[in-house]
Design a protein around this ligand. Structure first.
Ligand code: MN
Length: 398
């Protein structure tokens, strides 16, 4: 029985200081982690990145299988193209996508565009992905230096994206990381504002991935915050059995050489407690609930308004025997402000469901409602529109 362990991954997205809306989408649903940076402007970029992430999530493998992950990215590409053709979003909308499946110390990546994956190993930062951008091509041809690229007028022109070419193929990478390494997925709103050396220092400077992510976002905002900033951090746990998630099965994690002893001990334990504890634990693990959480405001005076999004937990709300029997499973990008006051209130009080599958179904339904609301918001409201917490007073606190 494991209490809620130290969070070993995080996913944050920030509007930045210049843009009026956030076109990035992020997903952290272990073993899958994704950053997508939408292109095409308001009512297009965020639609493209959201469709891409949602489709990827539905098609991604549960294991680190690079070919299957690349196929899922192709499905996401087709879906963005189809949506634009059907008048959902705008013609010409597109998105980058950098997706990772993490299992133990194995990482597979599928990548399109200029969002990036980095690995921090022993204090040094290695860029895992190659940008599909005009300036990256010029650097490869020796026509431009990294430093010049940073200020090049065409620095944001990308040469490959989801949503344009039906035959698009994602680059894939397979990485064997070490325990203690840190994986970073980010949009160009981070790398356009901060040098790799600064990213390395902040990424490695905090044990808590959420604090590291928040520090990186604050620094990008302090440097100007010219674009939306998305940061996903995953701590690599290493032994091949632990999932890169907030939930760690203690028996699984400690198995290995002494597994017979562990099983024996567990049998004895089961006899002693009459199965009650273990049964309750199993029960908790089979259940799920859906609620809303507000992204924690960081120390910077430049923070955008915190956004409250839909969050999924495995387990049951509350605690028992001083242990929280729930494990955060997914932080979605669904802004609760796009849902009805009734739905917001239900979420605030936690919606308990029978299984993770039911939780997924509920999230899909909420996402559809939010997207419908987003589509119905006419351009007249566009200039000032940004995720706002103004009406959050209407939401009862749990
Ligand atoms: Mn961007």
């Amino acid at each position: 029985m494991t209490p809620r362990t130290k969070q070993s991954w995080t996913a944050l997205s920030d509007i930045g200081r210049v843009r009026t809306h956030n076109e990035d989408s992020v997903l952290a649903q272990p073993p899958l982690f994704v950053v997508a940076d939408g292109l095409g402007g308001h009512e297009a970029g965020e639609v493209a990145s959201a469709i891409a992430v949602e489709t990827l999530r539905d098609h991604a493998p549960r294991r680190p299988d690079a070919k299957a992950l690349a196929r899922a990215v192709k499905a996401a590409n087709r879906e963005v193209i189809r949506a634009a053709r059907e008048g959902y979003g705008k013609a010409g909308m597109g998105t980058t996508m950098t997706a990772a499946i993490v299992e133990g110390n194995r990482i597979v990546l599928a990548h399109v565009g200029d969002s990036r994956a980095y690995l921090l190993h022993a204090g040094s930062l290695q860029q895992l992905t190659e940008d599909h951008s005009m300036v990256a091509d010029m650097i490869r041809r020796g026509q431009l230096t990294e430093a010049e690229a940073r200020y090049h007028p065409n620095r944001s022109v990308i040469t490959r994206a989801l949503g344009t070419d039906p035959n698009m193929i994602a680059d894939t990478y397979e990485v064997e990381a070490d325990s203690g390494d840190r994986l970073l997925l980010c949009s160009d709103g981070l790398t356009g504002m901060l040098e790799d050396a600064a990213i390395a220092e902040m990424l490695g400077g905090y044990r808590d991935p959420t604090i590291a992510a928040r520090t990186l976002i604050d620094a990008a905002n302090d440097a100007g915050g010219h674009d939306n900033i998305s940061v996903v951090i995953v701590d690599i746990e290493g032994d091949g059995s632990a999932r890169a998630g907030a939930s760690v099965d203690a028996s699984g994690a400690r198995a290995g050489r002494g597994w017979l002893a562990v099983i024996g001990w567990l049998l004895l334990f089961t006899l002693i407690v009459g199965g009650i504890g273990v049964g309750s634990y199993r029960y908790a693990q089979s259940r799920a609930f859906v609620t809303s959480e507000t992204s924690a405001p960081g120390p910077s005076k430049y923070n955008a308004a915190p956004v409250t999004t839909v969050v999924v937990y495995r387990g049951v709300p509350g605690s028992f025997a001083n242990l929280a029997w729930n494990w955060r499973s997914e932080v979605t990008t669904i802004d609760v402000m796009l849902l009805s006051p009734a739905e917001q209130a239900r979420l605030a009080q936690k919606i308990t469901v029978a299984s993770m599958a039911d939780a997924d179904a509920l999230v899909a339904q909420l996402r559809a409602t939010a997207e419908e609301k987003l589509r119905s918001q006419q351009p007249s409201t566009a200039p000032g529109f940004a995720p706002s917490t103004e009406s959050s007073a209407a939401v009862p606190t749990p």
